[in-house]
Design a protein around this ligand. Sequence first.
Ligand code: HEC
Ligand code: HEC
Ligand code: HEC
Ligand code: HEC
Ligand code: HEC
Length: 543
Amino acid sequence: MTTMTTTRLTALAALFALAAPLTAQQPGDGTAPRMFEVAGPCMACHNGLTSPTGFDISFGTDWRPSMMANSARDPYWQAAVRRETMEHPEAAAAIQDECSKCHMPMARYTAHVEGRSYEAFGRLPWQGSADPLAALAADGVSCTMCHQIQAEGLGSDETFTGGFHVDTETPLGQRSVYGPYDVPTGRSRAMLSSGLFQPTRSRHIRESALCASCHTLYTHARDERGEVIGELPEQVPYLEWLHSDYADERSCQSCHMPVVDGETPISSVLPTPRPDVSRHVFRGGNFFMPRVFNRFRAELGVQALPIELESMALRTLDNLATRSAEVALRDMALGDDGRLAFVVEVANLAGHKLPTAYPSRRAWLHVTVTDADGRSVFESGALRPDGSIVGNDNDADARRYEPHYAAIGDGQQVQIYESVMVDGDGAVTTGLIRGVRFVKDNRVLPRGFDKATADGDVAVRGAASGDQDFAGGSDRVRFDLAAYNAVAPLEVRVELLYQPIGFRWARNLGEFESVETDRFVRYYSELAGVSAARLSKATATVE
Ligand code: HEC
Ligand code: HEC
Ligand code: HEC
Ligand code: HEC
Ligand code: HEC
């Protein structure tokens, strides 16, 4: 920006200061410097951006409908926190504080710097609370959260479970937000003067270890007295990734924040084409919740526009259908004894287990066989309109669960890729703060993941650990069925279905009576019929 005069820069900065007024009002009790800002003012310069091929790549409007932008409004999260506080009333304050760590990170961090613990339910976004931390809480995982995480300790235990570090000393107006580029002084001043933060280059923003701080989550189980009795690796996609081939090939960012083709300006002020710009779409697997946000937008205080939320849902469905998994049918044979045999192969294309992260996620095989007269010869894994899976023991009875299968011979058996937790007494549970270990974890492994050398935190659990066909990158399931009276040719169809929130995870919340749990159970039952999506399918015919 050597050609731009200082006068013009100052004028520009003043203009944007008007467009995006920032108050230096202190959100907490005044004992900590003001560290964070909501996303709104950043959008004044980081929206309205178009790629060379004509795509809108605005940072603010891409982020706004994402799960991270809505992590505090998320009615499932609120219901889950309420359930935990009702189940462990002695530890209610500690639980609210712990559960805010990553879902309301800016407000919670500020409170802690001031030496206070954080009470999530005191600041729910729609309550219009007078508490100045409420706006920071509502903004979820926002721009000045990710962009202020320091390099210190990233990728180690110290920063897992939301233990990231943010500068607690530097006053507003001198603070750095980290980015991948070298920003010349002129442009950096333009941002500082009205954005109140200074763009600063640092490599750590491009590393997976940054994401690992919130995406590596150990929860602590408590007993009836509220005492901590165990630790569970509840969500560890980063550790799964580390044990796979992807650790040397692709970062979290490279898959979840796709790079724009061609050089694109990253700011509407002083626009300069930049290479390798990363879209802030944070595409993942949760296509269900953006639709909940849309449908109940008034009740939930949602800010993203309806069209943004629907694009988010469609983008996520596309991610699931094209980049997550592939199924194939192999070794089909119809024997003289009237038995039909085939193998279903499931390949995982993601950079970690499939499904990964929150334990309510599940993927399963829906397999049907029909004969020449169109009669159904076999079916396993059908979805019911209430979100439950036919044949799944856990959906039928909360105390049981469906094991992993190496082979399936009966329509009451269904291959479900999931993790199942048990409490200290060995009883199956969906209570995060009851879970002490997994009895089943047969989520499909990423390429290069060796289950024999896997650490306990990412280990395969249950029957899959001894199944030779369950290995790095894929699973193979043998089907061997009776087809005695069927008229050939037979058509076999297999689809791999996926649900962000499995039936039992929503249903169990109904046992707890509160505004948040009742509301979420209602949302789930209204939308249960569209709670699943297809990741991949294959069809074959046998004579
Ligand atoms: C270390 C950070 C961290 C902490 C602490 C944390 N969460 Fe989360 N939570 C996440 C992340 C990351 C996801 C998203 C994972 C995914 O999409 O699979 C998530 C997802 C969820 C979801 C699923 C939301 C949805 O829309 O499907 C629920 C429910 C939830 N968390 C409840 C809780 C509760 C209850 C607590 C406290 C006991 C808690 N979380 C504490 C990071 C955290
Ligand atoms: C979940 C964390 C996260 C959030 C939230 C987030 N960013 Fe980013 N941002 C990143 C990462 C990571 C990169 C670097 C990506 C790379 O180069 O691999 C980045 C890069 C950028 C860049 C440089 C251009 C680029 O694509 O490299 C700008 C500008 C930016 N972010 C602005 C914003 C704004 C404005 C917001 C809020 C509306 C925001 N970010 C929210 C993580 C985040
Ligand atoms: C007055 C306009 C303006 C505002 C407001 C603004 N920025 Fe910027 N930002 C810029 C400019 C100009 C650049 C430099 C662009 C370039 O060099 O290509 C930039 C660059 C960045 C970068 C890239 C830094 C790097 O080193 O790679 C990030 C990240 C960023 N801004 C985040 C934010 C966040 C977060 C906010 C809200 C607190 C914000 N910006 C508010 C104008 C602004
Ligand atoms: C400050 C904590 C924090 C950081 C840092 C963070 N995340 Fe998240 N992330 C969350 C939380 C909390 C959620 C879940 C919100 C919910 O479901 O309510 C989430 C959800 C997501 C999802 C959505 C998954 C879905 O269900 O569709 C993706 C994708 C994601 N994060 C990617 C990333 C990437 C990539 C990075 C690093 C650039 C990152 N996150 C850094 C806290 C964080
Ligand atoms: C090779 C591409 C790739 C890489 C690398 C990758 N992911 Fe993913 N990720 C995916 C795909 C595809 C999905 C959707 C399928 C699924 O849910 O597993 C996904 C889903 C997720 C989800 C959402 C699951 C849900 O509940 O909706 C989270 C959270 C996540 N990834 C975090 C991470 C983190 C953290 C890293 C880095 C340690 C990472 N991912 C690396 C491709 C990738």
